[in-house]
Design a protein around this ligand. Structure first.
Ligand code: FPP
Length: 224
């Protein structure tokens, strides 16, 4: 049985869910947040060490201002309401991506990271304003600036995910089969699961089914 340390998720399908059931994309994001909470709980039950959630990509800025604003207000309220609870549950929050949001949100993110930095039960890596290409370009620039050799070990040192093992499982919900600039380096050997359900409909049962399937896969990492 494969050990399971890190699950990464592209939480796709909020917009379609919202339009279908509530005639509002934002209602889908709100519903998506409930799934986030369910999956955090289930990750703890499964003793998973790292959970990486793709909440906002570098490309998501192209969305209508109203939707972007709503997403950040959802995040802000979530952190204000829940960070103490997450801390009590010994969850560590880490932001991956560039923190260039409003002054208030930047501050809140930094405080939330600081508050939970010593926790060891589950680390949630929240990908915000994250894009793999930007991450890699930054790593190469650092290597050049510091005149370091280009090799795997040195590249990793400058990734946002340094000190985090690569994901064992990468899940994308929403019935779409692409990686959308998410963890392109880190997912080199991840087991990828494309899930038909839209993110707000994804539940503990679906998650556990994926975990069970993953545990029985023969992982070769290029060997035979
Ligand atoms: C992709 O669905 C989802 C997002 C871009 C946002 C993800 C946000 C959440 C799950 C809720 C907020 C989370 C936190 C942690 C505060 P989409 O909008 O691209 O869906 P579509 O493909 O149906 O349009």
């Amino acid at each position: 049985m494969n050990p399971l340390t890190h699950v990464a998720i592209i939480m796709d399908g909020n917009g379609r869910w919202g339009l279908k059931y509530k005639n509002s994309r934002n209602a889908g994001h709100k519903a998506g947040l409930i799934t986030v909470e369910k999956i955090i709980k289930e990750s703890i039950k499964n003793k998973i060490q790292f959970l990486t959630l793709y909440a906002f990509s570098t490309e998501n800025w192209k969305r209508p201002k109203k939707e972007v604003k709503f997403l950040f207000s959802l995040l802000e309220n979530f952190l204000k309401d829940k960070i103490d609870d997450l801390n009590k549950q010994k969850i560590k929050l880490k932001i991956i991506g560039k923190k260039n949001f409003s002054l208030n949100l930047n501050k809140l993110l930094i405080i939330s990271e600081k508050k939970t930095s010593k926790n060891k039960r589950l680390q949630i890596n929240l990908a915000l304003n994250y894009g793999s290409k930007a991450e890699l370009i930054n790593a190469f620039k650092e290597l050049k600036k510091n005149k370091e050799t280009i090799n795997e070990k040195n590249i990793r040192k400058y990734l946002q995910t340094k000190n985090i093992p690569d994901p064992d499982i990468l899940i994308r919900t929403g019935n779409t089969k692409r990686l959308s600039n998410f963890l392109l380096w880190q997912a080199a050997y991840s087991e990828i699961f494309f899930e038909k359900k839209l993110w707000p409909d994804f539940n503990e049962k679906n998650y556990n089914k994926i975990i069970k399937n993953y545990k029985n896969i023969k992982r070769n990492f290029g060997n035979i």
